[in-house]
Design a protein around this ligand. Structure first.
Ligand SMILES: [Zn+2]
Length: 183
C-alpha cells in the first residue's frame, strides 16, 4: 500500500494541501529536529469548519469577522501542519524551517522549542474528543515525519508551556496515539 504522506527533502509533504505562510524563519544552524509538538486550535473557539485557522496562519484573517478575532489582530503565528476534523491535512511551513507555534517553551531544559520541533495543530478544543479521521491522519503524518527527521519524542503544547497553554488538552487520547505509533 502506498503511504498516505511522504515528506520530501525540502520539508514539504506530499498528500497534503500546501498553503505557504510568511510566518517562519530558518532554524539555528545544525539543529537536530527531534521533537513533535501537538496543539489544538479552533476559530472562533469551539467552532469547526471554515478557513479562519488557515487565514490566521497566512496573515489573512479578517479580524472584524468575529469579536474573538479582535485579540488576534497583528498576531504572527503558524504551525507546520493543521489536521482538520475530516482528517484533511494542510501544511503552512516546510518542516525544515522554524514555524512559530510554541512560543515561550521548554523541553527537558531546552528553551525555545520552535527551534527544534515540528508543530502539528489539530482542529479542536480542550473540551471535546477529536475525530477518528484526525487520529488516522496524525498517525500517518507522524510516521512520514519520522522517516525524514530524527524525532525522539512527542509532547503537547501544554507540556512545554505549562501554566500558559492547555492544548491539546484532556480529550487528546495519548494512549491511542502512542499505541498506534508502535503498531
Ligand atoms: Zn498550542
Amino acid at each position: 500500500m502506498m503511504a498516505r504522506f511522504r515528506v520530501n527533502s525540502d520539508g514539504w509533504c506530499d498528500g497534503v494541501v500546501r498553503l505557504p505562510s510568511p510566518n517562519f524563519d530558518v532554524r539555528p544552524a545544525d539543529t537536530k529536529i527531534d521533537l513533535l509538538v501537538i496543539h489544538n486550535i479552533s476559530l472562533p473557539p469551539g467552532q469547526f469548519g471554515g478557513n479562519h485557522i488557515a487565514d490566521l496562519f497566512t496573515n489573512q484573517l479578517d479580524c472584524d469577522a468575529h469579536p474573538y478575532f479582535n485579540q488576534l489582530r497583528g498576531l504572527k503565528v503558524s504551525a507546520h501542519f493543521l489536521v482538520r476534523r475530516d482528517g484533511k491535512v494542510l501544511q503552512f511551513v516546510s518542516a525544515n524551517d522554524r514555524a512559530w507555534h510554541a512560543g515561550v517553551s521548554s523541553y527537558c531544559g531546552r528553551e525555545r522549542c520552535n527551534d527544534f520541533s515540528i508543530g502539528i495543530e489539530l482542529e479542536g478544543t480542550d473540551f471535546e474528543p477529536f475525530a477518528s479521521n484526525q487520529y488516522d491522519a496524525l498517525i500517518a503524518l507522524t510516521h512520514a515525519l519520522r522517516s525524514r527527521y530524527p524525532l525522539t519524542d512527542v509532547v503537547g503544547h501544554e507540556h512545554i508551556a505549562p501554566g500558559r497553554k492547555t492544548d491539546p488538552g484532556p480529550f487528546f487520547d495519548w494512549m491511542r496515539y502512542r499505541l498506534a505509533l508502535q503498531g
